[in-house]
Design a protein around this ligand. Structure first.
Ligand code: PBG
Ligand code: ZN
Length: 340
C-alpha cells in the first residue's frame, strides 16, 4: 500500500482535491448551509370578490384568481401535502368598489377579511399572512392616499394602512405584511397592535427592501393593480439603491419588524445577504415575484433549461444569500418535488 501511495503523483497542493467532498448526492446536499424545506414556503393566493370565480391569470402560468367558494377545495390537497403558509391578496372585481382612499381594503365583507376567517376555521394549522396595501383598492392604483399633486400623502397613507393591518390581524391573520413602502408604517402598525392588545400574537413582516422595476407585471394583471398614471418609482426603491435598502432594513428593524423581506429575489441576492447581516437576529424572507416566476416558465418553455432544475437552482441561490423564508408561486410544485 505504501508503494501505491508514493507512486500517486499529485499535481499542485493536496488541498486542491475537492471532488471527494461532493461525489455522492447526499454529500452534495450537505454542502449547502440551508436546505429547502416545506416550512420555508409561503404560497400567494389571489382572492377575488366573485364567490365562484376561478380564472387563470394568463401571464402567471398555472396561477388562478379564486373566489371564496373555490378556496377550500383548492387548498385541501395542498395542506395534505404539507403546505404551511399562504399570503393573501384581495382582488375586488365588482364594479364601483375602488375609490381614492382604498376604502374596500378592510371591508368586513370583502374578500380578504372573509378569506382570513374561512381559512382559519377550515385549516387551523395554516399560517395566514396578509399583504397590506391599498393599490388593489384605490381607483388610481397607487399604494397609498394621494395629495393634490398626485404624490403620496405619507401621513394619511400610514394612518390608513395601519388601520387596515389591524383589521386583518383582528380578523385572525397570523401575520400582516405591509408592501406599500410608505415611511414609518412599521412603527405605526406595531403601536396599534400593542394598543389593541394583539402585538404578542401577530407577526409583523416588513417588505423593507422592495425594489421598483419590471418584475411585478403579472402580479398587477392578477390583482388588477396597475397604476392608472405614473409609476411607483418615488416609493419603491431604485434598483441600484443598495444603500437605501440597507437604511430601510435598519429602519424597519428599529420600528419593530419581526421579519424583513427582500423583493424581488434573484436580482437582489446581495440585498438578501445585506438583510441577513443587518438583521442577523431575525429571519429574512425573500419574495420570488411574479415576473421572476414567469421568466423561469418562459425559459423552460423555450427549451433554455428544465423547469424543475431551474426552480431549485433559483431557490438555492436565495437560500445561500441568507433567506430562510421564501414566498413562491412554485410552492405547490415544491410540495411534490420535496417528497422525491
Ligand atoms: C402590492 C404588492 C405587489 C406585489 C406584492 N404586493 C405589487 C406592486 O407593488 O406593484 C408584487 C408581487 C409579485 O409581483 O409577485 N403592493
Ligand atoms: Zn401596493
Amino acid at each position: 500500500a505504501s508503494t501505491a501511495a508514493t507512486s500517486v503523483s499529485i499535481s499542485g497542493d493536496i488541498s486542491s482535491q475537492l471532488h471527494g467532498g461532493y461525489h455522492h448526492p447526499l454529500a452534495r446536499a450537505w454542502q449547502a448551509e440551508r436546505q429547502l424545506t416545506k416550512s420555508m414556503l409561503i404560497y400567494p393566493l389571489f382572492v377575488s370578490d366573485l364567490e365562484d370565480d376561478e380564472t387563470l391569470i394568463p401571464s402567471l402560468p398555472g396561477q388562478y384568481r379564486r373566489g371564496l367558494n373555490k378556496l377550500v377545495p383548492f387548498l385541501e390537497p395542498l395542506v395534505r401535502k404539507g403546505l404551511r403558509s399562504v399570503i393573501l391578496f384581495g382582488v375586488p372585481l365588482k364594479p364601483g368598489v375602488k375609490d381614492a382612499l382604498g376604502t374596500a381594503a378592510d371591508d368586513p365583507q370583502g374578500p380578504v377579511m372573509q378569506a382570513i376567517r374561512l381559512i382559519k376555521q377550515r385549516f387551523p394549522q395554516l399560517f395566514i399572512v396578509v399583504d397590506v396595501c391599498l393599490c388593489e383598492y384605490t381607483s388610481h392604483g397607487h399604494c397609498g392616499i394621494l395629495r393634490d399633486d398626485s404624490t403620496l400623502n405619507n401621513q394619511l397613507s400610514v394612518d390608513r394602512i395601519s388601520d387596515v393591518a389591524i383589521a386583518y390581524a383582528l380578523a385572525g391573520a397570523h401575520c400582516v405584511a405591509p408592501s406599500d413602502m410608505n415611511d414609518g408604517r412599521i412603527r405605526a402598525i406595531k403601536l396599534k397592535l400593542i394598543e389593541e392588545g394583539i402585538a404578542h400574537k401577530t407577526l409583523l413582516m416588513s417588505y423593507a427592501a422592495k425594489f421598483s422595476g419590471c418584475l411585478y407585471g403579472p402580479f398587477r394583471d392578477a390583482a388588477g393593480s396597475v397604476p392608472s398614471f405614473g409609476d411607483r418609482k418615488c416609493y419603491q426603491l431604485p434598483p441600484g439603491g443598495r444603500g437605501l435598502a440597507r437604511r430601510a432594513i435598519t429602519r424597519d428593524i428599529g420600528e419593530g419588524a419581526d421579519i424583513i423581506m427582500v423583493k424581488p429575489a434573484s436580482q437582489y441576492l446581495d440585498i438578501i445577504s445585506d438583510a441577513k447581516e443587518l438583521g442577523r437576529d431575525l429571519p429574512v424572507a425573500a419574495y420570488h415575484v411574479s415576473g421572476e416566476f414567469a421568466m423561469v416558465h418562459a425559459g423552460a418553455k423555450a427549451g433554455v433549461f428544465d423547469l424543475k432544475t431551474m426552480a431549485f437552482e433559483v431557490t438555492e441561490g436565495i437560500l445561500r444569500a441568507g433567506a430562510t423564508i421564501i414566498v413562491s408561486y412554485f410552492t405547490p410544485e415544491f410540495l411534490d418535488w420535496l417528497d422525491n
